[in-house]
Design a protein around this ligand. Sequence first.
Ligand SMILES: [Zn+2]
Length: 313
Amino acid sequence: MPQESTVSLDTLLAELDEMGKEEFGSKPTVEEWDDDFDVTELPIEARKWIQIPDVVAVVADLKNSTHLGTGKHAASTASIYQAATGGTVSIYNRFGADFIAIQGDGAFALFWGDKRYERALCSGITVKTFSSLHLVPRLENKWETHAEDFPTGFKVGVASGRVLVKRIGTPRNLSEQEPVWAGTPVNFATKAAQQAERHELIVTGSVWDHIERNDYLTLTCPCNGGPSASLWDDVTVAKIPESNSEREGRLLSASWCTVHGDEYVSAVLDGLKKRDDAEDARAALRKKLFANALSVTAQQKRRDARNRRIGLK
Ligand SMILES: [Zn+2]
C-alpha cells in the first residue's frame, strides 16, 4: 500500500475511460520508416506510429528459471542470471542488434535494415553455442545436484515480419517509457523459443525462406562426415494459429563447430552464401525440402503473401 492512500479509483477509471474515448475517436497516424529511423527519438505524446516492413526478432528463454531460488540459493541464482542474461545481451550487441530488451528470464533483440537475417541468425546460434558449450557446463560443474534436478540452458526462437512501433508510458519520465513493438515477430519468436528444448533454436517460416539458400547456415561443415543436409529438422510451432503459414518452421540442434564456426560467422556476415564443398549436400537438402508437402504448401502461401504486399498480384 502507498504511505498515503490518495488513489481515487472512480476518478482514475473515469480519466482512463476519457483517454480511451479520445484515442478511439480519431485514428493515429502511421508513418513508413526511413533509413534514419532512431528508436530513442520515437514520439511519446504525438499519436504517431512508425511502420517497419520487415523486422527479425530473436528471443532467448532460460529453461527452468522458475526453479532458481531467491532464498537460500540467492547468490547462485544471481550469478546465473548475470552470466546468462549479461552474456546474451553482449552477443546481441556484438552482432549489431538494432534494439535489445531484457524480458523475463532472457533477452530479445530486433534487427532491421541491411543483413538483418544474417545478423539475427548469427546471434541466435551464438547464444545457443554459448549456452551449451560454455554457460551450462560451467554451471553444472558448480551446482551439480541442482542442475541435475532442473537442467537449464537457453532456448532460442527467431521470427520476422512487419511491426508498428511507438514509445508508450509516462511523458517526461524516461524510466516509465518503453517502445511497444506491435505485430507478430516478437510474439512468434517467443512462442518458438518456448517450444524449443534447451540448446535448440527454432525459426518460423519466413526466416527459413530467407536463409534456405545459404550453405553456411543450412548445411553441416566438413567435420564428422559432412557436409550434409541433416542440420535442420521440420517443426510446427504449435502455438502459432493454424491459419498462419509462419507456424511451419525449422529446428536446429547443433551449435557452431569449434573448428569452422569462426570462419562461417565471418562468411555469413560478409554476405557469402555458396560453399565450394557443399554441392552434393545442397542437392540433398533441396530434395529433402520438396519431400515435405506440408512445408512446401506453407512456403507457397508465404511467397504469395509477400508478392501481394509488394504489389505483384
Ligand atoms: Zn567443423
